[in-house]
Design a protein around this ligand. Sequence first.
Ligand code: HEM
Length: 509
Amino acid sequence: MEASTWAPFVAAWFTILALFIFTRFLRRKKLNLPPGPKPWPIIGNLNLVGTLPHRSLHELSQKYGPLMHLRFGSFPVVVGSSVEMAKIILKTMDVTFASRPKTAAGKYTTYNYSDMTWSPYGPYWRQARKMFLTEVFSAKRLDSYEYIRVEEMNSLLGELFKSAGRPILLKDYLSTVSLNVISRMVLGKKYLDKSENSIVSPEEFKKMLDELFLLNGVLNIGDSIPYVDFLDLQGYVKRMKIVSKKFDGFLERVLDEHNARRNATQNYTSKDMVDVLLELAEDPNLEVKLERHGVKAFTQDLLAGGTESSAVTVDWAISELLKKPEIFKKATEELDRVIGRDRWVQEKDISSLPYIECIVKETMRLHPVAPLLVPRMAREDCKVAGYDIQKETRVLVNVWTIGRDPEIWENPNEFCPERFVGKNIDVKGQDFELLPFGSGRRMCPGYSLGLKVIESSLANLLHGFNWRLPENMRHQDLNMEEIFGLSAPRKIPLIAVVEPRLSLDLYSL
Ligand code: HEM
């Protein structure tokens, strides 16, 4: 072809390109973004976010206000830090912000976003959510597993009794009970027994869960700056691949054995949550087919979601109470009055223990397990409070800041369960000043199970034991810092000493 023939095409092509760039430039110029710090090239505002991102974002929101715009590398991020903004993001515009960003954690640790937590908004997630709420977490099914929670609670109380008088690492005891409860409900227990033919020991499994939780919450640089993703600068992706391989080996065996049991029995009735998921996977009427890797991903979601969060919350509650003996006294007065000294607390007693409920709420206000909830993503261009939010912006709600807002809470940094006495504020996603489980379409589906485990373990720990710090440690010395992953546990796990409070025959459980 001669130059004179193709020159007009090239010129036309360049004109179109120039117009495209120019309109994008105009559009960007015209955008009215929420206030926020000026971003640097390449890193954006990542330099302002430390190892405790909720605290860094809290500081920034004091300067830029309750709706703030930042850039994490190449991606826009909006942070809501007030009741009003939480309500707009999680309620009024819930459906607009109902997706999740694509992260390496979702890709490598949840079978390419096949679980519920990281799957994008759409028919697959909607179906999963419906399945969880109607089948896996229905009130009837949760009630049918109450005997498991009772047995495991008894074993916790028995173990604590055996270690009376000696310093113990409380979190270890708490995560054992949560792991046992959840693994019996989900898997039917035997996989994590100490028996020889178990696939993984409980200790190894707890390490795997800790690693999974941490890697799902870290700020992985490759998620923000895609050009350096392949370098895996922090080594997180390598760790994600290792931990997901370990989980896969475990889950494969779980599914094989469940399938073998199902196939060997005619008219088999489901005994645990994996059975329920496998039964659903065979349903020809499902809108989106549930594949084997989906069953594995959901099983992992249940194990991970159910184990860490309750243990972290109870660990914080006891730590706060060790700093304030007068709260301990009030709680045990309530327990003695309502329950008496000759029996343990049962789940059905909790509604008659309002002060214990206030302690749980106050713990979740100051120590939310997920201080920034789980990141959401805008599904389309939209406006919030008059500001433009672009499609695919990552959206965080800082419930840690809301829990400390002096406009809502008097002496916000003080642990004071009395602030909830006689108040109608609940943790179930309707009261936007207290959102430990989030709210709206993406709210935690396991909240009722989580609350049952937290409330009944805390009530029994306070009922059955007097608590103190080890000799030579004063309550003023108790470090109350946290670390940040997908959950925010104590930086230094609590070490405490228990002594029995009830008559000794009650401890032979
Ligand atoms: C103390 C207990 C718990 C706390 C504080 C907690 C907290 C949360 C939070 C804050 C979210 C994100 C909500 C949002 O994005 O708006 C969440 C999501 C989720 N939680 Fe929980 N959780 C707890 C217990 C559980 C339990 C027991 C399970 C399952 C056995 C579970 C499974 C999940 C799942 C699957 C999601 C993702 C939901 C979705 O994206 O659609 N959680 N949880």
